[in-house]
Design a protein around this ligand. Structure first.
Ligand SMILES: NC(=O)c1ccc[n+]([C@@H]2O[C@H](COP(=O)([O-])OP(=O)(O)OC[C@H]3O[C@@H](n4cnc5c(N)ncnc54)[C@H](OP(=O)(O)O)[C@@H]3O)[C@@H](O)[C@H]2O)c1
Length: 281
């Protein structure tokens, strides 16, 4: 018996993509779904149709980790109705129920997504993050570990869960929301900066490990936005120091973020990179 891949549509779980071909003899060929294992699949012989499906968002399942924050909710608003299925996670603030999104509670040490959910995920956007500001000589080990765990550890666990399924499906998009602070040094941000730099490093390794598997992994190094975590920056410091330091002299918006995520989802030949969305910083 030989095992290879064909493009199939599963009648049971609606998955369209690579399926197993099992050839037992020249005249007995069976196809099975990569996702649910069903043999109730059709071999899609119109290749063009499959190619369109492979790049179309409407055929993709997306997970936004940290969907409850400002950027997470911006992403949810942007992608709901565009992707086939949208999962979002929250930690303490469960977003208002919305029939087009399935929300799950998520802690970085473990998670509540049902195991079979991971098999369907084609696109992960990891957004969860906190700031832990203190000068290095005053930074406590507890704060350091908290930043590492939430900003970086969660990306490791969530991506790790979905990655082996993505490799089997021969498709995946992994996007980590990092910060421009990983490229410019600002006092008091050691834990935040190092955890964000780790995210980009992780994306680069995932990119090379999966470069021939149809999977791309990238980070977005965000500058200062007009919403979200920026609330931790005192207003006077924001107006007198932060904004004047941005070459474009303005804060970014959610639309700037979704333009970048749209691009990284669409771009097949862009992997292992970190994209500055920072007004020139
Ligand atoms: N806004 C900016 O200017 C800016 C700039 C550069 C980078 N970023 C990055 O963008 C990301 C989102 O920022 P944001 O501005 O949208 O901030 P936000 O509104 O504070 O959202 C933070 C997200 O992280 C989740 N979270 C917090 N603690 C968690 C924990 N222990 N376990 C799991 N999830 C946890 C929050 O969940 P709950 O609310 O449910 O607790 C929320 O979904 C962060 O990674 C941040 O570093 C933001």
């Amino acid at each position: 018996m030989s095992k290879t891949f064909a493009d199939v549509k599963c009648e049971d779980c609606d998955y369209v993509g690579k399926g197993n071909i099992e050839v037992e003899a020249e005249d007995t060929t069976r196809y099975s779904c990569m996702i649910c294992g069903s043999y109730n699949v059709k071999n899609v012989t119109i290749w063009k149709k499959v190619e369109e499906n492979e790049t179309s968002l409407s055929n993709k399942t997306m997970l936004i980790v940290g969907a409850s924050g400002a950027i997470g909710q911006g992403l949810v608003e942007h992608y709901k109705g565009k992707v086939k299925k949208l999962y979002g996670t929250y930690f303490q603030n469960k977003p208002t129920d919305d029939s087009s999104v399935e929300y799950y509670g998520y802690a970085v040490s473990g998670n509540q997504l049902p195991e079979n959910t991971w098999a369907y995920i084609d696109i992960i956007i990891y957004v969860s993050g906190i700031t832990e500001n203190a000068m290095m000589h005053k930074m406590s080990w507890v704060k350091w570990q908290r930043a590492m765990s939430i900003n970086l550890g969660g990306a490791f666990t969530a991506t790790g869960r979905a990655l082996s399924y993505m490799r089997t499906k021969r498709y995946g998009r992994i996007i980590f929301i990092s910060s421009i602070l990983e490229k410019i040094s600002v006092p008091g941000t050691a834990a935040y900066t190092v955890s964000k730099a780790g995210l980009s490093a992780l994306a680069r390794v995932i990119a090379v490990e999966n470069a021939t598997k149809g999977i791309t992994a990238n980070s977005i190094t965000l500058g200062y936005l007009n919403t979200g975590i920026i609330r931790d920056v005192p207003e006077r410091y924001l107006n007198e120091t932060v904004i004047p330091s941005i070459p474009q002299k303005k804060l970014g918006t959610i639309a700037d973020v979704t333009l970048a995520t749209d691009y990284l989802i669409a771009a097949d030949y862009v992997t292992g990179t970190s994209l500055n969305v920072s007004g020139g910083l």
